[in-house]
Every structure is written in C-alpha cells, then in structure tokens.
Ligand binder design. Structure first.
Ligand code: HEC
Ligand code: HEC
Ligand code: HEC
Ligand code: HEC
Ligand code: HEC
Length: 483
C-alpha cells in the first residue's frame, strides 16, 4: 500500500516536470537571490550514522560532510562557469545550534580518539556553523559534529534537517538548502537483539587484548574501518567483515543495524520503484564474503554504470565511487542527482527543496537553463539535448510509436511526435550508424498520451541517424537525416 502511494507521487512529480519543461521561458516561482550565480549543495552520503551514547562503545562518531559548487550562469554569448575564487561560503543548520548534551561524545572524545576537543567542535575542527573550504572546483566542509536533535526537540530524531549554505562575493549573496542527513539509530539494543551494550562487550571473546572494562571501546581500534580511516589490526578482520559475518545467519534485515526502522535512510527514486538494499549490495553474507575475497569496505561499492544496471552512458568515472565522480563539464554527479541512497526525487520532502527552488520541480536537475541561462546548442550530461515536451490532446494510443519526425531532413528546430501507451520510463534518442547514441532528446517518466518533443540538433554532425523511442519492453524507430 505504502509503496503504491509513493510510486504514484513520484510519477506525478515527473509529469509536473514535463509540463513546466514546456514553459522554459518562464521563471520558477522562487528565483535565486542572484540572477547571475547559483550555489548547489549536497551531502557526500545519503546518511551519516553516529552513536549517541559513547560511555561503552563507539561505532561511529558525529561526523558529517557537505559539498557545493558555485556556478556563474551562462548567457546567450557565454557558457556557465564553475567559480572557485572570490566567494565565501558559510554553512549552518538552522534550528540546530549545539551538540553538547544531545550526545555525550565530548565526555569521551579524549579517551576514544586521543584529541582534546572544544565543546561542539568535531574531529576535524569544524563546528555546527562556519566557513566551507575551497578545494578543486568545489567547496567542502568535513567532520561537522551534527546530531539529529533540533534545539526545540531533544527527544525525537530529525534525520533530514536542512543545512543552509550562504555564498557571498562580487557584491551579492545567494543561498541554497539541502539535507545534512544524520541518525543515531544504531539499534543493537533497541532492535531487541541484545539486552544491553554491556552484554555485547561481555560476549566478545577476550582475544587480542579485548577487555570489556577498558571502556569506552572504539571497535575500529582493532577492526579497521575505512569510514574512519583507521587500519585496525588486519588479522582481526575489518569491522565490516566481522560484523556482517557474525550476523549473517541471525537476521536478513539491514535496518536492524543501519538506520533504520524509523529513519528509513534509503528513500530515493529507486526505492520508490521497489528496490531494496539487497538488490544492489547482495545479502549480509555477501557483504562479508566479498570482503573476504578482496573487496575494500566503503571504497568498493555497487556502481550505477555496471552493465546490469544503467550501463556506460550513465557510469561513474573509472575506478571512482559515485560520490567522487564528475560528469558534465567537471560537475560532481551529485550536483544534479544528490547523494547515494537519496537520488532525486526522494520520499523526504526536505531532499527535494533545493531542486524545486532551482528548477521548479523535484527530481534530477535536468532544466539546462538553470545553469546555462539560455537553451544550450549541443548535447549536455549523458548526451542529453535541450528539449521541451508538450502534451497533445487526443485519445490515448494502444502502442508506443514515433508518429512523425518533422521536418525531415532537419537543419534547425524540429519536432518528434510520439505515442505512449503505458506509464513508464522512456528514452527518445538519435542513434548513429555505428550503433552509438549520438543524442538523447528525452529521458524520463511519461504517462500514457501523445506528446511532441521539440528540440534543435545544434552541434550534431550531419548524416543519417535512427530516431529511437524505447521504453521498458517496447521500442519504435524512424530514419532521420540531419543536414
Ligand atoms: C582489542 C581489540 C579488539 C577490539 C577493540 C574489538 N575487537 Fe572484535 N575481535 C577482536 C579479535 C582478536 C577477534 C577475533 C578475530 C578472529 O577470530 O580472528 C574479534 C572478533 C570479533 C567479531 C567476530 C566474532 C565471531 O565469533 O565471529 C565481532 C562481531 C567483533 N569482534 C565485534 C567487535 C565490536 C562490535 C567491537 C567494538 C565494540 C569490537 N569487536 C572491538 C579484537 C577486538
Ligand atoms: C540502487 C542501489 C543501492 C541500494 C538499493 C542501496 N545501496 Fe547502498 N550503496 C549503493 C552505492 C552505489 C554505494 C556507493 C556510493 C558511492 O559510490 O558514493 C552504496 C554505498 C553504501 C554504503 C557505504 C557508505 C556510502 O553511503 O557510500 C553503505 C553503508 C550502504 N550503501 C548501505 C546500504 C543499505 C543499508 C541499503 C538499504 C537500506 C542500501 N545501501 C541500498 C547503492 C545502493
Ligand atoms: C549486525 C548489524 C548490521 C547488519 C544487520 C547490517 N550491517 Fe552493514 N554495517 C554494519 C556496521 C557496524 C558497519 C560499519 C562498519 C565500518 O565502520 O567499517 C556496516 C557497514 C556497511 C557497509 C559499508 C562497508 C562495506 O563493507 O562496504 C555496507 C555497504 C553495508 N554495511 C551494507 C549492509 C547491507 C546491504 C545490509 C543488509 C543486507 C547490512 N549492511 C546489514 C552493521 C550491520
Ligand atoms: C548536469 C547534470 C547532470 C550531471 C552532472 C550528471 N547527470 Fe546523470 N542525469 C542527468 C539527467 C538530466 C538525466 C536524465 C533525466 C532523468 O533522470 O529523468 C540523468 C540520468 C542519469 C541516470 C539514469 C539513467 C537512465 O537509465 O535513465 C543515471 C544512472 C545517471 N544519470 C548517472 C550519473 C552519473 C554516474 C553521473 C556522474 C558521472 C551523472 N549522472 C552526472 C543529469 C546529470
Ligand atoms: C549544474 C549546471 C549545469 C546544467 C544543469 C547543465 N549544464 Fe551544460 N555546462 C555547465 C558548465 C559549468 C559547462 C562548462 C562550460 C565551460 O566548459 O566553460 C557546461 C557546458 C555545456 C556545453 C558546452 C560543451 C561542453 O560540454 O563543454 C553544452 C553543449 C552543454 N553544457 C549543454 C547542456 C545541456 C543540453 C543541458 C541540459 C540537458 C546542460 N548543459 C545542463 C553547467 C550545466
């Protein structure tokens, strides 16, 4: 029941997107404060998990990371530009101004990490407000010691709080808001599996010098964790290996430990389409066994671009994770898609705030003019062209077809009329004689109906192409000549 409702909502949002896309000359309802610049922010992970109580043990400390690009918008005569100088970017989490008392981390930081931290300052020296650092072509702050408790509610977790980024420079200030996700839902005890944290420590064999009385115990001291950059003692097994291997026959529910039954950290567009953790990561046994056969925990993870998923057109950079990869013109994938497990649009309203403000609807940043100011001439991210889609009134057809490509041969503006029989994800593409996709005119959800897709071949090389419309289970083709 839940799933159907969510799927439907996402679908509606996608349809709304199409309507607005056809009105590309209109401004969105909430224009950014600067006409010239925008800032887009994202978290590196879809969720940051941390303990709340550190008196007995520490799985993960409070530690959150935020990234941003500043883009100077393009005009009729200039391309957009990623800005790296001349701006200061301040961050804060409105309504959440302190962490001491919301967790007892500061009482134990010295024992756990051998550092003397000032109150509310995290392991990298970052506080809950401050200035982001410029690095490469982006801005970043790492190690923000955020807790899931807003100042006005110290009891209920709010895992999806909005961070506020304020960029100032060149006599303008412009802002954005996106989720800084955090959860304390490490549920060893609350899941009903263990009686208390002490019972976990007492059950640990006293090997390798393990002593339940040496509290608090940082598991990563012995069981290496790439999340903390701690090598541990390799013979004792990495933390990810021992924890998944030990529990592989005890539960099949990732939310017994990962956050969690309340948080529901996986909330993205793929989850709305029915996917669960195991579809990408395999079972708990698999998470452990792949480490035993050489996988680096945290550093080798599933990939969008694998051939059984989205394929090479939509792949990460070779050897890099999604969160480290860049796509269109050196922009991080997350600029347009948001974080892993929170790929837009998500079921959490706060995740969608930024794109609604930038382009007028939730979901992937696909409105080219948000950055370009004007309609770009050539193909953009993944070869996608600037286009607009209009619904044509009429009876809903029974098959998917390309009804008309006009004019053909084509030189400048053109229209492809298509029939969609079933709701689903569709691609309208120009395929070159070598079989490669030369341009994507449209990629996204469509409801049953007749549509006209309007676009300009722009920089596409002259020659013969096959115009292809494909959905989940059917396709149609027409020859097109570009002059
Ligand atoms: C002082 C070092 C040390 C610390 C700290 C430590 N462990 Fe271990 N742990 C070990 C050793 C040694 C083993 C046995 C490794 C082996 O079987 O080769 C082990 C084994 C395990 C296993 C596998 C047990 C089994 O029967 O398969 C789990 C699970 C585990 N540890 C969890 C934890 C957790 C959770 C923490 C933090 C609360 C932690 N460990 C902290 C040294 C440590
Ligand atoms: C659609 C595929 C997909 C699903 C479903 C999925 N993951 Fe992931 N997961 C990934 C990818 C991709 C990465 C690597 C992220 C990156 O490259 O930056 C990842 C990384 C992770 C990491 C490492 C930290 C991080 O965020 O990079 C954890 C932990 C994790 N996933 C847990 C889960 C859990 C628990 C679930 C279910 C609640 C889940 N994943 C569902 C694709 C998925
Ligand atoms: C018994 C508790 C527990 C369960 C159940 C569990 N995890 Fe984990 N998982 C952890 C802990 C603790 C870590 C952090 C390890 C570290 O810090 O390196 C972790 C880390 C991870 C990571 C990142 C490290 C890596 O190996 O790449 C992934 C991915 C992951 N879990 C996936 C899953 C998936 C998918 C499931 C369900 C099929 C699952 N986990 C079930 C406790 C659990
Ligand atoms: C400038 C914005 C932008 C950037 C940067 C970007 N993408 Fe995309 N991406 C899009 C758009 C637009 C679509 C198609 C529209 C949609 O999702 O409905 C898309 C679609 C996708 C899809 C879905 C493909 C399918 O089969 O429908 C995947 C997967 C993807 N991108 C991965 C990536 C990866 C990996 C990167 C980084 C290497 C990246 N994207 C960078 C804008 C972007
Ligand atoms: C998040 C901002 C952003 C979005 C959204 C975006 N672009 Fe771009 N685009 C850029 C930047 C930045 C450049 C780099 C300009 C340069 O190289 O100086 C660029 C460059 C280009 C270029 C020049 C050739 C190249 O690849 O360097 C084309 C063509 C282009 N984009 C098309 C598109 C199309 C089509 C879309 C929509 C489907 C789109 N872009 C969406 C930011 C964006």
């Amino acid at each position: 029941m839940m799933k159907t409702t969510t799927g439907f909502k996402v679908f509606l949002l996608a349809v709304t997107g199409i309507t607005i896309l056809s009105l590309t000359s209109f401004r969105t309802s909430a224009p950014p404060a600067s006409d010239e610049y925008i800032i887009i922010g994202w978290n590196d992970l879809g969720m940051h998990c941390a303990n709340k109580d550190f008196q007995n043990m520490c799985v993960l400390p409070p530690y959150n990371n935020f990234y941003a690009h500043i883009i100077k918008k393009g005009t009729a005569t200039s391309l957009p530009q990623v800005m790296t100088t001349g701006f200061t970017v301040n961050y804060s989490i409105p309504g959440n101004t302190y962490s001491v008392g919301k967790t007892n981390f500061w009482d134990y930081a010295q024992q756990l990490f051998n550092v003397n931290l000032s109150p509310n300052i995290g392991l990298t020296g970052a506080g809950l407000t401050g200035t982001m650092n410029q690095a490469g072509n982006y801005y970043v702050i790492e190690g923000v010691p955020l807790t899931p408790y807003q100042d006005n509610d110290l009891v209920n977790e709010n895992p999806f709080q909005l961070a506020l980024l304020e960029a100032t420079g060149n006599n303008v200030t412009f802002t954005t808001q996106n989720v800084m996700p955090v959860s304390n839902e490490i549920s060893c005890v609350s899941s009903g599996c263990h009686n208390s944290e002490m019972s976990i420590l007492n059950a640990h064999e006293q090997e390798g010098g393990f002593n339940p009385n040496n509290r608090p115990i940082l598991c990563a001291n012995c069981h290496g964790s790439n999340a903390l950059g701690m090598p541990g003692i390799p013979e004792y097994g990495s933390f990810s290996y021992v924890i998944h291997n030990k529990h592989k026959n005890k539960t099949s529910d990732c939310y017994k430990c990962h956050p969690g039954p309340n948080t529901q950290c996986l909330r993205d567009v793929m989850h709305s389409a029915g996917m669960v953790c195991q579809d990408c990561h395999g079972t708990i046994a698999n998470v452990a066994s792949t480490i035993a056969s050489g996988r680096q925990p945290w550093l080798q993870e599933p990939s969008c671009g694998s051939s059984s998923c989205h394929g090479s057109t939509y792949a990460e950079e070779p050897g890099k994770l999604f969160r480290q990869s860049k796509g269109h013109s050196d922009l991080f994938c997350s600029t347009c898609h948001n974080s892993p497990h929170a790929i837009l649009p998500t079921t959490q309203p706060n995740d969608n705030v930024q794109m609604i403000s930038l382009q007028g609807w939730s979901g992937t940043l696909k409105k080219c003019t948000v950055c370009h100011g004007v309609a770009p001439e050539g193909p953009g991210p993944h070869g996608i062209m600037y286009s607009s889609v209009d619904e044509i009134p009429g009876t809903v057809p029974g098959t998917i077809t390309i009804e008309e490509v006009s004019p053909n041969p084509v030189k400048e503006d053109m229209t492809v009329k298509i029939n969609i029989a079933e709701k689903g994800k569709y691609y309208l593409e120009f395929v070159a004689p070598d079989g490669k996709v030369a341009a994507t005119l449209y990629a996204g959800q469509l409801a049953p109906g007749k549509f006209s897709v309007n676009f300009r071949p722009g920089s596409l090389a002259s020659g013969m192409y096959v115009c292809r419309l494909r959905g989940q289970s059917s396709a149609d083709f027409k020859k097109v000549v570009v002059l």
